[in-house]
Write a protein that binds this ligand. Structure first.
Ligand code: E4P
Length: 217
């Protein structure tokens, strides 16, 4: 499973990259707005830190506008993946962009039939939003399962990118189902390291070592 960080915060991205477990980055307009910085400068900084796919989202909602923005974003760097909303105009644009060799991440996916359309349009990634479905009492993980099954039935090459992850259990369940990628907020990456038995066990080892006055060499 590939791990992306779902963030536009440079400190978080730098720290996550230093852990050696990071394959890419996803941003969205809300995450970028939170940083209060120029989008282009932010992207340049992210691209310097992470050598992997970096999703940058368009804000146009008509196919021509989406294509124009997508071409501009893709021209910035070969690692840019253009994030396109899962709407009719978005998928129209995705077909053209795919034919032009521009990689896309179709975002705001909330149903298996939407995901099927994204694959038909040739999307590189589809992003089903688990947490936002859970928020409205719909099982987000069931959606991941349905998409993974459909894509495997027909050998679609579109990768399933589990998004809107709210806790480590989401990552675990998405991994068990076989999602290709999880895009994870920084806070949850940190939570994934933690286990009380690891902490207690290490404390005990270090105490015993000290009490025994053992030497390494
Ligand atoms: C996906 O790429 C989105 O940026 C993200 O996962 C949305 O998550 P949220 O529901 O926590 O905003």
């Amino acid at each position: 499973m590939k791990f992306f960080i779902d963030s536009a915060n440079i400190d978080e991205i730098r720290e996550a990259a230093s852990l050696g477990i990071l394959d890419g980055v996803t941003t969205n307009p809300s995450l970028v707005a939170k940083e209060g910085k120029n989008f282009r400068q932010l992207l340049d900084q992210i691209l310097e830190i992470v050598d992997g796919p970096v999703s940058a989202e368009v804000v146009s909602t008509d196919a021509d506008g989406i294509k124009k923005e997508a071409r501009e974003l893709a021209a910035i760097h070969e690692n840019i993946v253009v994030k396109v909303p899962l709407i009719r105009e978005g998928l129209k644009a995705v077909r053209t962009l795919t034919d032009e060799g521009i990689r896309t991440n179709v975002t705001l996916c909330f149903s298996p039939t939407q995901a099927l359309l994204a694959a038909k349009a040739g999307a590189t990634y589809v992003s089903p939003f688990i947490g936002r479905l859970d928020d409205v009492s719909q099982d987000g993980m069931e959606l991941i399962e349905q998409i993974v099954t459909i894509y495997s039935n027909y050998d679609y090459r579109t990768e399933v990118l589990a998004a809107s992850i709210r806790h480590p259990l989401h990552v675990l369940q998405a991994a068990m189902i076989g999602a290709d990628v999880a895009t994870i907020p920084f806070k949850i990456i940190n939570q994934m390291f933690k286990h009380p038995l690891t902490e207690r066990g290490l404390e005990q080892f270090l105490d015993d070592w000290k009490n025994n006055e053992a030497k390494l060499v």
